[in-house]
Design a protein around this ligand. Structure first.
Ligand code: SAM
Length: 262
């Protein structure tokens, strides 16, 4: 008998995964190893939580919806050691949670919050071993896109400067209850090792990327007016008449890393 009585809440992006085949594929993608510290964002009714617990014995989950906490704890009884943090994930300090041991993040994310959650995770990249997330397929396409693609943009550059981004598989609406309107996809992100994280000043980098893509159709010279000089563009090896969508991640990093006056 199910412990869950409350109907799904649209405002919290509640689309519960019910298709056993896709649940198994996600668990296989995570492939927990002994000693891993698994942290799940938005466990919901436990679709991924319980199989992971069964395999791994231990897991911490962050869930904002009070109505789900007691039934989820009841479902986990006898399955494994489940710790639930009843909070908005955006207010969780992954550094504190990790306490010196990098965490592996897993989650079928609430789609209305997917970008804020990705940016929040990036801020803690040094304590995250990897992330396996389900998101809208359209967002995963943007995360993984490269220069020249129509969907290459701020999200692609911001994530790829700090992580490798690997789309894994697509999940159709029918795999969820209630079904979302769009296709979903599972993606793996692995923060780059320290020697490959080349951004010197994350705030400056974010400002350059935001300005460059803020006006996609403008040339870099115009879009970055007031943010970077033409001399800086040239010092970074960039022609001022290029548009942001043609510029690779490494070049954005070179540009943002230049000191004032080059
Ligand atoms: N993991 C479950 C599954 O696959 O069936 C549920 C996924 S559902 C798409 C998203 C979950 O995130 C819901 O359980 C929702 O309550 C939770 N959630 C929404 N906003 C949240 C927030 N700000 N912090 C933590 N959890 C949140």
């Amino acid at each position: 008998m199910s412990h869950f009585k409350a109907p799904p809440k649209k405002s919290l992006g509640q689309h519960f995964l019910t298709d056993r085949g896709y649940i198994d594929k996600i668990v296989l993608a995570v492939d927990p190893q002994s000693g891993d510290r698994l942290v799940e964002i938005g466990p919901g009714q436990g679709a991924i939580t319980l199989p992971l617990l069964r395999k791994h014995g231990e897991l911490t989950a962050i869930e904002f919806d009070r109505d789900l906490i007691t039934p989820l704890m009841a479902s986990a009884e006898g399955v494994g050691r489940l710790t639930i943090i009843h909070k908005d994930v955006l207010s969780v300090d992954f550094g504190k949670l990790a306490a010196g041991e990098p965490v592996r993040l897993v989650g079928n994310l609430p789609y209305n919050l997917s970008s804020p959650i990705l940016f929040h995770a990036l801020e803690h990249a040094e304590v995250i071993r990897d992330m396996v997330f389900m998101l809208q397929k359209e967002v995963v396409d943007r995360m993984a896109a490269g220069p020249g693609s129509k969907v290459y943009g701020r999200l692609s550059v911001m994530l790829q400067a700090y992580c490798t981004v690997t789309p894994l598989f697509v999940v159709p609406p029918g795999a969820f209850r209630p079904p979302p309107k769009v296709d979903s996809a599972v993606v793996r992100m692995v923060p780059l090792p320290a020697e490959k994280r080349l951004v010197r000043d994350p705030q400056r980098f974010a400002a350059v990327v935001r300005a460059a893509f803020g006006q996609r159709r403008k040339t870099l010279r115009n879009a970055l007016n007031g943010v970077c000089t033409v001399e800086q563009l040239e010092a970074a090896g960039l022609r001022p008449d290029l548009r942001a969508e043609q510029v690779e991640v490494a070049a954005f990093i070179r540009l943002a890393n230049l000191e004032d006056g080059n």
